[in-house]
Design a protein around this ligand. Structure first.
Ligand code: PML
Length: 249
């Protein structure tokens, strides 16, 4: 069956600032007969977002030529920590366990403040300790992933997890990214000042949530993919941006 990628982006203050302030975004993979419902669901999401009233919104769809791959969600564990310092220490230990050398982790952490204005993900090479995506302010945007709500809810019930759309989206991204053999690990936390839980993900370790990776009030997010052996960068980026994946429990 032919599938379509339906995407939404909403922003505010577009008059004051080019591109505006991000309010909401999302994507679903849809059959042709479901496009109307998909557009509606994304519209609803953008209009009910707590970040405010959008003054700009784009919803678009395009057909997908490639076949869709089904991938099981990574195993999830939550690590409670008391302080950001403890959270950081744990995140570093997990990155090391995933195969990222210590000096590369240090180097990446030093760069994080500089990366804060970048909207997408940073690709960080674990040998050179250099950022290798050449996408400047944009970074890399992982897309073409979806997880049907009914299946996600089945997963939350059977795994004792909260029905959080934030967790759903982040876990879906981490699962896709870690499905590629060149991905060693992902380090991520939100730019939402009210949300301080982040995670380290790796194919073997799974999706390791850490309850404090930054202070409340901090609007600096982070999404770094530690990569190894990316010989053909355009192919790897094409996988992240274009390969359609359905998460299925
Ligand atoms: C979680 O609680 O597992 C989600 C953490 C990362 C959220 C990233 C984001 O919302 O931007």
């Amino acid at each position: 069956e032919e599938y379509y990628s339906v995407r939404m982006r909403a922003a505010k203050n577009t008059v004051l600032k080019k591109g505006g302030k991000h309010i909401s975004g999302g994507e679903v993979l849809s059959t042709y007969s479901n496009i109307k419902q998909s557009v509606n669901a994304l519209l609803e999401k953008a209009l009910t977002h707590s970040r405010g009233k959008p003054d700009f919104m784009q919803i678009q769809f395009e057909s997908i030529n490639e076949s869709i791959k089904l991938v099981k969600p990574l195993r999830v564990e939550t690590n409670e920590v008391e302080t950001v310092e403890n959270g950081k220490t744990l995140a570093r230990a997990m990155l090391e366990k995933s195969g990222v050398p210590k000096r590369i982790i240090d180097k990446a952490y030093k760069q994080i403040p500089e990366y804060s204005s970048i909207r997408g993900a940073i690709l960080f090479d674990i040998h050179s300790g250099e950022r290798i995506d050449n996408n400047s302010e944009k970074g890399v945007r992982v897309s073409r992933i979806d997880w049907l709500n009914a299946n996600f809810e089945k997963w939350t019930d059977e795994n004792n997890q909260p029905k959080s759309s934030r967790v759903k989206e982040a876990l879906a991204i981490a699962t896709k990214v870690c499905d590629h053999p060149s991905t060693i690990a992902e380090l991520c936390w939100s730019d939402d000042p009210d949300y301080v839980t982040g995670y380290v993900a790796n194919k073997k370790l799974g999706y390791q949530r850490i309850t404090r990776l930054k202070e409340y009030g901090d609007e600096q997010g982070c999404r770094i993919f530690f990569v190894d052996g990316v010989r053909d960068l355009p192919t790897y980026i094409n996988f992240l941006e274009k390969k359609p994946i359905f998460i299925k429990w």
